[in-house]
Design a protein around this ligand. Sequence first.
Ligand code: 3HC
Length: 334
Amino acid sequence: MYAQMVKSTGQAVKTRAEMSAEEGRFQDRIDAGEKIEPKDWMPEGYRRTLIRQIGQHAHSEIVGQLPEANWITRAPTLERKAILLAKVQDEAGHGLYLYCAAETLGVSRDELTEMLLDGRMKYSSIFNYPTLSWADMGAIGWLVDGAAIMNQVPLQRCSYGPYSRAMIRICKEESFHQRQGFDIMMKMAGGTAAQKRMAQDALDRFWYPALMMFGPSDGDSVHSAQSMAWKIKMNSNDELRQKFVDQTVPQAEFLGLEVPDPALCWNASRGAYDFSQPDWDEFFRVIAGDGPCNRERIAARRMAWEDGQWVRDGLMAHADKARAAAAGQEEAVA
Ligand code: 3HC
């Protein structure tokens, strides 16, 4: 089974014969569907892959607040403002659960943040696109949270216990986010001609960036084969992208909006939609740091990190004092 899982780089995932006894036992646990917990033995590559994926996921949740926060003060009604505020707060919570899950692997939140700020870690490409109108809040909830759920529901069954448990909570909240986005789209698409145009424009701008969220085509996905063997990923990038298209096209039809893809058509023999691929050159440019908002996003994270230094210093000083006081009390008792 593993011999067939050859990475696109040409590097094969270890065969059973190539695994050490410990690695073989570990793979048996994975294959039997057991959860791996923080204190269990794990191959170094498994640990590193999880730190990369969970850290990138956590950063995405935090950076993902920025494009939507842009519209909190401009939401059209008090109710919409309260809902958007709650959604953006949920994303902060998701980031925190995920940083905690990553910390169980022996990396600190400070290290993860530093890796984000100096470019050693990524965050999702989607958050490098600007939010130009209120309809973008609808498109983000519908498409971006919709794509996130498509990717994250299977991750509830992933092999690493803390990550899979974080995903259960996160997915519940993401499904509320997706519905609030679709609700905004229904309102806009069913509104005045100008509102419907805004909804269509938002769909036009977010369709291909949403498809990119699933990662490069399977042939260019360097990590998929090993991550799937370890059940860190449950599906390939192309599988999930196809499921997302199949789920979303009827929703666009229901809204009376047009998916911006002239090649989109139902393929009865496959039982799935044929669709155009995103511009992969653009994707690789964006993840390399050269998208429309990359610099702005990182500058915002850097400012928040630097502005928060005094809070972290204060907390550390308080913890040191509390530790010293506790040690003093112990000495007095002895
Ligand atoms: N954005 C940025 N980088 C991406 C990417 C994307 N959409 N898709 C892939 N990449 C990067 C990978 O990180 C990898 O780079 P690296 O080696 O420097 O880390 C490279 O492109 C090759 O891609 P692979 O397919 O080999 O990478 P993975 O196997 O890690 O698959 C993934 C990519 C499908 C995104 C996977 O990491 C994953 O499932 N992650 C967990 C979910 C996640 O992070 N979602 C982010 C969105 S969360 C969110 O949107 C918040 C919500 O509130 C809306």
